[in-house]
Design a protein. Sequence first.
Length: 76
Amino acid sequence: MMTLQSVITCPNCGAAKPQTMPTDACQFFYVCTGCGERLKPKSGDCCVFCSYGSVPCPPMQAERAGASGAASCCTG
């Protein structure tokens, strides 16, 4: 089962906010609602959810579950 909710935690101020993840694209930027910091993925990660979220993005969830042919901007 795909999880579409992830809590993004800002590494700058520690603010945490639940967010709904897109299922058809990776989210490269997120502006923290606490301090205004513009977050971008860490090196090697495809999106802000994989770097700062409590749950990885849907394409990565599908890949980890072994779904064949999962459309993903995160792989390849």
